[in-house]
Design a binder for this molecule. Structure first.
Ligand SMILES: *Cc1c(COP(=O)(O)O)cnc(C)c1O
Length: 503
């Protein structure tokens, strides 16, 4: 089977885009997100045949179904996967950990920046380099080379994971903007101590929203784009969703070994809906998932959608700053992909082009009015596999404490993971027959302030001793390269980028 891609907002029944186009452009020209035209089918015996595969072998089998051999031959794909996950500190890449009766954590934080985004961004960085190297090898002498200038804004996690994914990659430059004084010290150290010449971090005198606005303006600057080939690595990039599918399969198989014949529910701390969407693809492909449970903090647009059928920004349209900042969003950008499937599957003829047209009108309405109401069938489709809960800061703290005090090894979870674990406990209270795999999206050392707030009063607890890994501790002694942008303006940022690229 040959895999092609289309935009979620396209009404063209014939649209056929390549994997390379989709990865290198990120967002479709019509503003939509890219989708595979077919959900691949798994081998009929995958539940036995794949059960004992390593993480890398599973990744290969899954990715192979979405990327044509003609675009990336098998030997190359295997090499890309091996290089991407060789940077992880766990041999299993994403191991599961038993923390309570019928409750397991899926530890996604063993990559270079100690957060789940590494699983996807280590692979994306290698993909960028692979495609650029391939196209440049075909160029005649003297012909200009292909390259990409990645520009992104971060409130902490995305920036460091992108930097560690792209550092040292040929024909790639990366510029990450973050708000001065508004990210955690460890996050700043992670980003500013990387020595590779293609990595640049700008500490911008402003807020995260200012940084994001500047990045959006840069993407909208046609002339600048033509010259510098601006690219994105944010969570709407299809390659990120694709790479994240592996750990749903891997943890499913690990769990069946620990507790055979378990009915499995995944609980996912969610913001932009990229992580849990990968679970939805695994489910659509045929992984026996009982439920996918969305765990949100007080920025709860996803939870409200499932409960009311309205996808709606909150009245005052501002993001609430919570203890789980990587999930502080108004709108979940990847939710659009789910809506496309729900719309298409809710009508008998399963027409891709019609689904695109409907979604396009919904997205317009959302943009204009801040709200869109889904048809009953669409909401029913969502509820058949998804469920949700929203968790307060106070409960986030309580659960960190509860897990620490009840676990024999005094296991410590980060606040994002805690939102998921709190949600898991609520579901276990309602139905304790399934086994819950709660995704652990960051190492607690990255969010020291909240973790300390939860545990500081407990005798014997020490952040330095119990939480902080040597490798992160060592960062504080390294030389930081901080480039201050004294005013949050697109002119100042562009000027600096041009000066650095020097062409
Ligand atoms: C990005 C992030 C999330 C949210 O993932 P989405 O794909 O945006 O839903 C959760 N936890 C941590 C630590 C993150 O960095």
């Amino acid at each position: 089977m040959s895999q092609v891609y289309r935009s979620s907002r396209s009404d063209d029944p014939q649209q056929k885009l390549s994997f390379e186009d989709v990865v290198m452009t990120g967002l479709a020209k019509d503003g939509g997100l890219f989708l595979p035209s077919e959900i691949p089918t798994l081998p009929s015996n995958f539940l036995t045949e794949w059960a004992d595969l390593s993480f890398n072998e599973l990744a290969f089998n899954i990715l192979r179904l979405y990327i044509n051999e003609s675009e990336i031959p098998s030997a190359d794909l295997k090499d890309l996967i091996a290089r991407s996950y060789s940077t992880f500190r766990s041999d299993e890449v994403t191991p599961i950990k038993h923390i309570d009766t019928n409750l397991y954590l899926l530890e996604l934080f063993h990559g270079p920046t100690y957060a789940f985004k590494d699983v996807a961004l280590q692979f994306v960085g290698n993909l960028f380099e692979y495609f650029l190297t391939k196209s440049n090898a075909k160029k005649a002498v003297g012909e200009p080379k292909d390259f990409i200038t990645v520009v992104g804004a971060t409130s902490g996690d995305t920036g460091s994971a992108a930097i560690y994914g792209l550092r040292g990659k040929k024909d790639v430059n990366v510029f990450i903007l973050y708000p001065t004084g508004r990210i955690s010290p460890i996050q700043e150290e992670q980003m500013t101590t990387v020595e590779d010449a293609n990595v640049h971090t700008f500490s911008v005198n402003g807020t995260f929203d200012d940084c994001q606005d500047i990045v959006k303006q840069i993407f909208g600057d046609v002339k600048f784009n033509e010259k510098y080939h601006v690219g994105a690595v944010n969570s709407i990039n299809w390659a990120r969703i694709l790479a994240q599918q592996t750990y749903y399969f891997y943890s499913y198989f690990q769990l069946q070994k620990a507790q055979p014949n378990s009915k499995v529910r995944f609980v996912v701390p969610s913001g932009n809906f990229g992580d849990i969407l990968a679970g939805y693809y695994a489910y659509k492909m045929g992984l026996p998932v009982d439920k996918l449970i969305i765990a949100t903090n007080e920025n709860d647009i996803l939870d409200r959608f499932l409960k009311t059928g309205r996808y709606e920004k909150k009245g005052d349209s501002s993001v609430k700053a919570t203890y789980s900042p990587a999930m502080d969003i108004l709108i979940s950008s990847n939710f659009e992909r789910l809506l496309w499937y729900l719309i298409r599957d809710s009508v008998a003829e399963k027409d891709d082009a019609k689904a695109g047209a409907t979604l396009n009108s919904w997205m317009k309405q959302l943009k204009e009015t801040g709200s869109v109401t889904a048809d009953k069938e669409v909401v029913a489709g969502a509820k058949s596999i998804f469920d949700s809960e929203s968790v307060s800061d106070e409960q986030t703290i309580e659960t960190i404490k509860k897990v620490y005090e009840s676990h024999p090894e005094k296991y410590i979870i980060d606040p994002h993971t805690s939102v998921g674990v709190t949600t898991s406990y609520r579901f276990i209270a309602k139905d304790s027959t399934p086994v819950y795999i709660s995704l652990s999206t960051a190492h607690p050392a990255k969010f020291s302030e909240v973790v300390n707030r939860a545990l500081d009063t407990i005798p014997g607890y020490s952040f330095e001793k119990d939480v902080l890994p040597q490798e992160l501790k060592a960062l504080s002694t390294k030389q930081k390269r901080i480039l201050l942008i004294d005013e949050a303006s697109i002119e100042k940022v562009q000027q600096k980028i041009i000066e650095i690229l020097n062409f």
